[in-house]
Design a protein around this ligand. Structure first.
Ligand SMILES: NC(=O)c1ccc[n+]([C@@H]2O[C@H](COP(=O)([O-])OP(=O)(O)OC[C@H]3O[C@@H](n4cnc5c(N)ncnc54)[C@H](O)[C@@H]3O)[C@@H](O)[C@H]2O)c1
Length: 429
């Protein structure tokens, strides 16, 4: 566990009062989580897939005191959530939901008024980072410093107009083009100087992250691009005492991979290769069809196996694995991604075997509960004075951000244990 994640105050303030959830990127994932929360509030649907709402903690000396997480730790109530966001294309959450086609008309009609009320603010957007999108609803400010200040103003306006006690921000925007950190990302001073000189290495998601942390708003990054996983943002988060987390929601094929791989490892079965390919037809798929944006996603997806298999312990079993990941943009599928995995394993005396997985999933249906949980848990962390990188939230990410030098374990089971251990330490009653 990160040292900082342990910094809990003995008496955690309650989670009552309004919590504003700000989502840069009102697309498929954002509109699906908002719609789901509205439907749950009306008693129309259950929050399936949400650990914060459905999972239990085993408390007491022998673990026999089993309580729902939402009853045991002081989380914000779903009735106290208010949503806001920014988007260069969608006008509001209803528009985003209809365009992305994730939810049926019947489901949307029941909550259409509420969804229409979540109006997208004008985005900080630069097509250089997402070439496949043509943004129309964009702030006409050339200076990156002015853009950051405008976002800070948006945040404060949202806070006061909606009478929010607290806010969190979760990046649900498109995956930005691949980049390595550079000098401008070293310190807060370097980053602020870069904002003022319009440094080319500063992407829009980083401007949102800066604006959030400066406004004391916890931030999580659901996409694989760099935003808070930069030294300057970690410095700022510690300075402002703000929790941050990232990156890239763990859904679909990677979710299955991090469920399967620990199982194979547990039986000491060898792995020779893992070929993963997808077809996906939503706007995310279209953005990822560009090689620069795919490279960002590929880096995040390829990293997961090594930390689970630990080839250094068993080089004969895991030292020679061909791991390949492909995403193919195929419009007829929309948000309903189909992922195939061809897994080449070997067993006793080296005899080879093959496993095939065909997962017809719904990307945003898998991602939406992660956004809700992250919002509630980051708010909980902030109220408990836990600042900087929150490694205990690794459960939600493909490429979990590290606070220190500990090795990240990508096994979903190890991550789940760690999540629950921290939540158990925050139980108040
Ligand atoms: N759905 C999943 O299972 C999943 C899993 C992991 C990661 N992600 C990531 O989550 C993000 C959202 O996915 P999605 O399916 O909702 O995609 P989407 O394309 O439907 O939505 C992204 C939205 O971001 C907007 N956007 C782009 N640049 C922006 C900016 N600078 N400011 C504000 N808005 C901006 C776009 O206009 C679009 O509406 C993507 O980066 C995706 O890679 C999704």
């Amino acid at each position: 566990m990160s040292e900082r994640a342990n910094e809990t105050s003995p008496s955690s303030p309650s989670g009552t009062g309004k919590l504003g959830i700000l989502l840069p990127g009102l697309g498929a994932v954002a509109s699906t989580v908002i719609a789901g929360v509205f439907a749950v509030r009306q008693g129309l649907k259950a929050p399936i897939g949400s650990v914060s709402q459905l999972d239990v903690l085993e408390l007491g000396d022998d673990g026999s005191d089993r309580r729902l997480i939402k009853d045991a730790v002081p989380l914000a109530d779903l009735n106290d959530l208010v949503f806001g966001g920014w988007d260069p294309i969608s006008a509001n959450a209803l528009d985003a939901a209809r365009t992305s086609g994730v939810l049926s008309d019947a489901d949307l009609n029941a909550i259409s008024g509420e969804l229409e009320g979540v109006v997208a603010m004008e985005a900080v957007f630069d097509q250089r980072w997402v070439q496949r999108l043509d943004g129309q609803r964009v702030k006409s400010l050339a200076s990156k410093w002015d853009q950051a200040m405008a976002l800070i103003d948006d945040i404060e306006r949202f806070r006061s107009e909606n009478e929010c006690d607290r806010l969190v921000m979760i990046w649900c925007g498109s995956t930005e083009a691949y980049q390595e950190p550079s000098g401008v990302h070293e310190t807060v001073a370097d980053f602020e100087a870069g904002l003022k000189t319009n440094d080319d290495n500063i992407s829009p998601s980083q401007i949102y992250a800066y604006a959030a942390i400066q406004s004391d708003v916890p931030f999580a990054n659901g996409a694989p691009n760099l935003s808070v996983d930069l030294p300057c943002m970690q410095e700022l988060a510690i300075e402002r005492k703000v929790p941050i987390a990232g990156k890239d929601f763990k859904t679909g094929q990677t979710l299955i991979k991090t469920i399967m791989a620990p199982g194979l490892k547990t039986r000491m079965l060898g792995l020779r290769g893992w070929y993963s390919t997808n077809i996906l037809g939503n706007r995310d798929g279209e953005v990822l069809d560009h090689p620069d944006n795919f490279k960002t996603k590929e880096a995040s997806k390829l990293g997961v196996l090594e930390s689970i298999l630990r080839p250094e312990d068993n080089p004969d079993l895991y030292g020679n694995v061909d791991h390949v990941v492909r995403i193919n943009y195929y419009p007829p599928r929309g948000d309903n991604k189909e992922g195939w995995d061809a897994i080449d394993i070997f067993g006793w005396m080296g005899y080879p075997m093959e496993i095939k997985i065909d997962f017809s999933c719904r990307d945003s249906i898998l991602a939406a509960p992660l956004v809700l949980d992250l919002a509630l848990f980051l708010d909980l962390a902030a109220r408990n004075e836990m600042s900087g990188v929150q490694e205990w939230l690794s459960f939600y990410f493909k490429a979990p951000q590290q606070a220190g030098d500990d090795t990240i374990d990508n096994s979903i089971f190890a991550q789940h244990d760690r999540l629950k251990a921290v939540l158990s330490s925050l139980v108040t009653s």
